[in-house]
Design a protein around this ligand. Sequence first.
Ligand SMILES: Nc1ncnc2c1ncn2[C@@H]1O[C@H](COP(=O)(O)OP(=O)(O)O)[C@@H](O)[C@H]1O
Ligand SMILES: [Mg+2]
Length: 256
Amino acid sequence: MILFEGVSKAFGSNQVLDGFSLEIPHGQTTVILGYSGSGKSVALKHIVGLLTPDEGRVVVDGSVVHELKRDELAELRRSIGYVFQFAALFDSMTVEENIRLGLARRDLSPAEIEERIVESLRLVELDDAGRLLPAELSGGMRKRVGIARAIALRPRYILYDEPTTGLDPVTAALIDHLMIRVRQESGATGVVVTHDMRSAYSVADRIAMLYDGAIRQAGSVEEIRATRDPVVRQFIEGRPNLPSATVSAPGPGVGP
Ligand SMILES: Nc1ncnc2c1ncn2[C@@H]1O[C@H](COP(=O)(O)OP(=O)(O)O)[C@@H](O)[C@H]1O
Ligand SMILES: [Mg+2]
C-alpha cells in the first residue's frame, strides 16, 4: 500500500501540494485526476523519492520514503515501475537495449534477462520491435516500450504518468487496454495520473481528484461519476469555467 500523509511541497512561493493525503490500496488501479500543472507528476515523484516533502510523509509498504537509506531507496525503486510521461528512451539504443538497461544490476542470468525482454514486449504487443530504434517508433509505440521497460522489472507497483496524453483516441484506447492487461497478468498495483476522463473511467478501480494541492474527492468510479462536488463535476464533464455573463448575455448585434 502507498500512503500519502499530509504531504506539502512548494517550489519557492509556488505551493504545489498542500496537505495531500491519499491511500492507494494494493492490487487495484488508482487514478489521480487533475488539471495540467496541478501537481500530479510532483505527487508521483514523491513515491520513488525523486522529491522529498516539506511536510508530511509518503509511506510505501510500511516504510517512510524520505527516511530510507540509499540502498533501501534503491531497493524500493526496484519494486516500482515508473512509466514517464515522455517515454524517456535512450535514442541511440534499440528497444531491447533500452529494456535490458533497466534489468542490469539485478541478480538475473542472461537467459532470464532475455526471457523478460521477450515477455514484456509480448505483453505490450510489440513482439517484433526489439531491434528498432526509438526514432523508428510512433508515439504510441514509444509509450508501449516505456510500459514494457517498467513491467520487465516485475514491479509491485507501476506508476503511469499521463500514459495517453498526446495520443490519438484509438492508440489511447490501446494503451488503456494494455494497462488493464498488465494489472491482470502481473497483479501489480497501478497508479495512473491523467486528465483524460475516458482513460480514467476505463482503467480505474478508484479515482481521486487533486485540486488546490490536496485531494478534493476520492472514491469508486461510481461514486465519482455521481459526484455532487461542483469542482469535480466540472472537471469530469470538461466544462469551461466561463463567467455566466458571457454565456447568457447576447453580445452587441446578436440580440433580437
Ligand atoms: N522541480 C521543480 N522545480 C520547480 N517547480 C516545479 C518542479 N516540478 C514541478 N514544478 C511546478 O509544480 C507545479 C506542478 O507541476 P506538475 O506536477 O508537473 O503538474 P502536472 O499536474 O501537470 O503533472 C507546476 O507549477 C510546476 O511548474
Ligand atoms: Mg505531469
